[in-house]
Design a protein around this ligand. Sequence first.
Ligand code: ATP
Ligand code: MG
Length: 334
Amino acid sequence: TPRVFSGIKPSGGLTLGNYLGAIKRFVDWQDAGTHETIYCVVDLHAITVWQEPAVLHAATREVAAGFIASGIDPVKSILFNQSQVSAHAELGWIFSCVARVGWMNRMTQFKDKAGANAEKVSLGLYAYPALMASDILLYHATHVPVGEDQKQHVELTRDIAQKFNHDYKVDFFPETAPVIEGPATRVMNLRDGTKKMSKSGESDMERINMTDDAATIAKKFKKARTDPEPLPETLDGLKDRPEAKNLVDIYAGLSGLSAEQVITEYAGAGWGKFKPALAELAVEKLGPISTEMARLMADPAEIDRILAHGADQAREIAQPILDETYRIVGMVGR
Ligand code: ATP
Ligand code: MG
């Protein structure tokens, strides 16, 4: 069976962006049953920027709980944390010898994250797309559901696979494609419609956390930046209105309606009407998930057991692929 792989970093609490752009899609792939689904809490990626060890430890369990509470079933999908399967780091090294420095230099996310401080960030932050390629290709995964912001990295994965196959004259790693689906593939920051919502963003007011309570969600949407105009009569009217478009897309993502249907329903409505409706919808959808997350996190031993079991299953797939890679490369002993 063809495989789907994707991951989320335990670099903070999960956001509505992670939910709509990634986790909800992961559940769709799992439930479709057409592919073997492998989902990973990518803790090795998280430490590309500084993480307090105790905070990283807790966030890893929280992301795992977020997956399960959202509908990832550890019986139907493989769910594990990256550092428990050492093959990721091993193949990541080989891929960092395949990838070119020039390729990394083109990664817009690195430029965004490093900002003016590119000399001071970790080498890992720079090289991380090579590790990400190993996460995916270690399972010969062909489909990678991600948000819009990860498109470039998944395309780089394809380039790495092609160069490996070409250099070693093999047809070993498959072609991989990003799958970017749904009405909310790039949820924007609530305070600045030009930036994406991120779990590592500076201010808590710029994002909805999956664990926010009803009052906090209502307050954040109420304070979300918008222009003064009411909602337009047609989808076209959202052009050049990034904040308005974002809130409509979020509504669509949460409700299962298309953005067009949302506009039809709320044509001409002011923010005083739309924002409370959006908050109510978000609470309705996220409330049960955060309640379930809290229940799961109260029993960390159970989460750890699920992750350890998932890691066993992941290793079973990954190890033969890593062994064969070493053999192709010419290493003695495999
Ligand atoms: P960080 O700020 O630490 O990078 P993040 O919120 O960007 O955190 P990641 O762990 O980098 O989260 O990404 C996990 C998944 O969530 C990826 O598939 C990514 O594309 C998706 N994602 C992240 N932010 C958004 C967003 N604002 N809208 C849609 N999808 C998103
Ligand atoms: Mg990110």
